[in-house]
Design a protein around this ligand. Structure first.
Ligand code: SF4
Ligand code: SF4
Length: 144
């Protein structure tokens, strides 16, 4: 039996971020819930108003990050995410989304868009490791 100090699986058994930046590109970003907003404000050390003005795109009740040159305003080609500690939960979760366990098509779609997944792993083996990681409480600690 394993204990907390000797986990049976590691995130690197299925995935390691290649820092390609693909998931930070696009004309929109993930949306930020209230906790995301508070975490980002704290990480930036700015007021809510200043954070919003400088970094957010607010449409009604939807808060997203601004986009610059086709990518999230916090993405830097050299550094990657420049607000790493304050990034939204959806960024933290990506690319190990639990929907991949429910449907192999989701697994294929996500692994085709993210080069960080370990090559040569079959779907059953991936699911076995991913489930073990979730049971170990590693969810939300994956983000690249
Ligand atoms: S999570 Fe995947 S798509 Fe995003 S930067 Fe890392 S390797 Fe690239
Ligand atoms: S907050 Fe960071 S991880 Fe999320 S999209 Fe922006 S640059 Fe990428």
């Amino acid at each position: 039996m394993n204990n907390d100090t000797t986990p049976s699986c590691q995130v690197s058994d299925i995935y390691q971020c290649a820092r390609c930046g693909f998931c930070c590109h696009g004309e929109t970003t993930v949306s930020l819930d209230e906790r995301d907003q508070e975490r980002m404000i704290k990480a930036l050390g700015l007021s809510r108003e200043e954070t919003s003005t400088r970094y957010w795109r607010v449409t009604g009740s939807v808060v997203q990050m601004q986009v610059r040159d086709g990518h999230c305003i916090f993405f830097d080609a050299e550094i990657g995410c420049t607000v790493h500690e304050g990034r939204p939960w959806r960024c933290r979760q990506w690319p190990l989304h639990p929907s991949m366990l429910a449907d192999e098509n989701n697994y294929r779609t996500i692994t085709e868009s993210c080069p960080g997944f370990k090559k040569g792993l079959n779907y059953d083996e991936f699911c076995r490791i991913f489930k073990a990681l979730l049971e170990q409480g590693a969810a939300g600690k994956f983000g690249g």
